[in-house]
Design a protein around this ligand. Structure first.
Ligand code: NAD
Ligand code: GLY
Length: 367
């Protein structure tokens, strides 16, 4: 078991390890189990992981109930949040009670949003069960629902009381979901440099055809905890994304999000889009921030080992460029890019000329 502390206000611990669900009552802080508990999960995760979690929580709390939702991004709506407020109301939830989010990033974002806003905030515990949610979504307090065409458009920052990341749950993930998380792990490796590149390369093996690899080697306590540690320190330095440090986590995401949006969130999964966005960041870094060709080639090999797509297909290049300028982080029409001066040496706030943006998207389509 590895514990990483997130020094926000208030701070909390992320516990990463095996059999974490079965040990929930002993590992969670007492405040998490001192009131009533409502576990929110989805129909894929609940049959597998609700029984052991419920049994463990009942060791410390006599009132554990649950809500199981359909799976999928479509659940992240205000309408679904309102239904959940209704459940909390019926169950007489108070601020001393705890919402436990058991599932991937969808459940974490939705249940987290509901916990943050019901009674102006009830206690929240994140129990992430996807690689993406363990290394990214469950840590840092961003909670949200989608609104109209805006992904995560309505939300807030709300730190949980604790995060319990049980590596054993990653075994039942479909390979495609492991690839989604793998793209984020590659992002951390590019940001962190040698200390993370070497273990991630070892865990992934050599380059694989796009979409074929199951990056199961990344479902590892040390690797997940290292990603969490990097995210924790970035979040602690810039809890509400006001100072700039948290932007580092956007490496590859500016173009990645634009690819997802331009494809109507259907053509490329989040992980595929981030993989392409990271390839674009390596290309731009060579032209804007002096990344050397050997470093860029190493980054490209790592992306190929994670099964990232070779090229951008079926998405209109002009629309990708247009979507970049509509990025949530844009101010005054300018989108600040995170690029690399070297592996492990990110630079934020980089201006990328519009012509270069058009060129990199064309390169993604042709390479
Ligand atoms: P997800 O929650 O939709 O989970 C993916 C699929 O895997 C679902 O079908 C789910 O039911 C299933 N699943 C989950 N755990 C499983 C397990 N252990 N075994 C078998 N099946 C399992 O997707 P995700 O990739 O975890 O999260 C994506 C969401 O996270 C998006 O909505 C995104 O906006 C959000 N996100 C939030 C942050 C943040 O900082 N809050 C960061 C990144 C992403
Ligand atoms: N996923 C980026 C962040 O949490 O800031």
């Amino acid at each position: 078991m590895i514990v990483r502390r997130v020094e926000t206000d208030p701070g909390y611990e992320v516990v990463v390890g095996r059999d974490m669900l079965g040990r929930a009552a002993e590992v969670l802080p007492p405040a998490a189990t001192s009131g009533r508990i409502v576990v929110i999960s989805d129909e894929n995760v609940a049959p597998l992981y609700l029984p052991p979690l419920r049994a463990a929580l009942r060791g410390a709390c006599s009132d554990v109930t649950e809500v199981v939702l359909p799976a999928g991004e479509e659940q992240k709506t205000l309408a679904r949040a309102e239904e959940l407020y209704g459940v909390l109301y019926e169950r007489r939830t108070t601020r001393h009670d705890t919402v436990v989010a058991l599932g991937g990033g969808v459940i974490g974002d939705l249940a987290g949003f509901v916990a943050a806003t019901y009674l102006r905030g009830v206690r929240l515990v994140q129990v992430p069960t996807t690689l993406l949610a363990q290394v990214d979504a469950s840590v840092g307090g961003k909670v949200a629902v989608d609104f109209r065409s805006g992904k995560n458009h309505v939300g807030t920052f709300y730190q949980p009381l604790a995060v319990l990341a049980d590596i054993d749950t990653l075994r039942t993930l479909p390979a495609e979901e492991r690839r989604n998380g793998a793209a984020e792990v590659v992002k951390y490796a590019l940001l962190m440099g040698e200390e993370m590149l070497t273990p991630v390369e070892a865990a992934l093996g050599g380059p694989e055809p796009a979409g074929a690899h199951d990056p199961v080697g990344l479902c590892d306590e040390q690797i997940v905890a290292a990603c969490v540690g990097y995210k924790a320190s970035t979040v602690a330095a810039d809890e509400r994304e006001e100072r700039g440090e948290r932007q580092l986590l956007n490496l590859g995401h500016t173009i990645g999000h634009a690819i997802e949006a331009a494809g109507g969130f259907r053509h490329h999964s989040h992980g595929e889009a981030v993989g392409l966005g990271l390839a674009a960041a390596l290309w731009l870094s060579q032209r804007c921030t002096g990344l050397g060709p050997d470093d860029a080639a190493r980054g490209e090999r790592l992306l190929a080992s994670a099964g990232a797509p070779g090229r951008l297909d079926d998405v209109d290049a002009d629309l990708v460029v247009e979507m970049v300028s509509r990025d949530k982080k844009a101010s005054g029409g300018e989108v600040p890019f995170v690029l690399l001066a070297a592996l492990g040496r990110p630079v934020r706030g980089v201006h990328v000329a519009p012509e270069l943006l058009v060129e990199v998207v064309a390169w993604l389509r042709e390479r």
